[in-house]
Design a binder for this molecule. Sequence first.
Ligand SMILES: [Zn+2]
Ligand SMILES: [Zn+2]
Ligand SMILES: [Zn+2]
Length: 350
Amino acid sequence: MSESTSAEKEAPLDEQDRVPCGSCYAPLPKSSSSRCGKCRKRHYCNRECQVEDWKLGRHKTWCGKAGEVGYDFQVVDIAGKGKGVIALRGFAKAERVMYERRILSCRTLSGIRPIAKSFKKLSEAEKNAILDLFPSEADLFKKFSTNSMSCGEEDELGMDSGLFVTMSRLNHSCLSNTNHWYEPYLKSKVLFACRDIAEGEELTIAYSSEPSNKQYLLSHYGFVCTCEACSNPEIAAKVKEIKRLDNEILILGMQMNSDMAIRAGKRLLKLYDELHWPTQSYVRTCYDIFQVAIMKRATLKEGLHYMQLGLAMEQKQYEGLNEPERLGSIAKYASYLKHPESHRNYLIAR
Ligand SMILES: [Zn+2]
Ligand SMILES: [Zn+2]
Ligand SMILES: [Zn+2]
């Protein structure tokens, strides 16, 4: 094929005619390595690697239900940001984008020793993936603290955190287009779309749970955020309003001022829609509205409506999963919807 203008667009794929093994991450030729017979998108060195990946329940759970590197997303160089991950196809809101097992885990405050020990046990490809992480000159501990993602609860030794081969490559945006949660029973992270994502768009996550936390981003990750929430005054004002309302709805609820709390909640949902806010916040606010609306008979029906909305979004996100904690929260919402009188706030205000 001769060089043409389309060559530039296809460059990331041509450059990466290799895909990592779905189990050990060894780089494999995309065109000639063996792959999962069902989805045809997950490659393996050999039968052992495939069995390993399937046996642990990971690919068994996710085959065809989330994207795969080289088909749905790809790690590429992003101008001014080092490496990043782009979507190779469009994703719909709430669709799972990727899942990935963590290769190194540690409590954030337990120091370098446990990390160094686990590092030694990794495959060559996994070691290389970690050494290749930003900042390039940094030691293992610094690379871990800069690139690890939370994988559960915090205790006296800090947050349970993990490094990932692809997900640790995701760049930050305070208004990220993806969000993630950790599946403890698969020791894997799941990434899903917060909003519709177009082919070629960079996939981003929020490094801080608080948007536009510029000081934290600078001191912890060493960059000045230039995302829309940090650079566009109109959007920054909406982000500020979200923070204020999120706090206000709880206070108003405690004061049993349900009418104003409902109003704050509705405004929040509208802002979430406008800014494509993470779906978890949306679900939580629906629940907050429900909690305050069922305090009064006059707003009971409205409360049930928002509970229904939140539940539908929660079900869509966790569809096809058997993770006990998620199923528990869905069951709890469903039971409140059916029996609002079982909630402690039921008709306590007049
Ligand atoms: Zn392998
Ligand atoms: Zn498959
Ligand atoms: Zn920002």
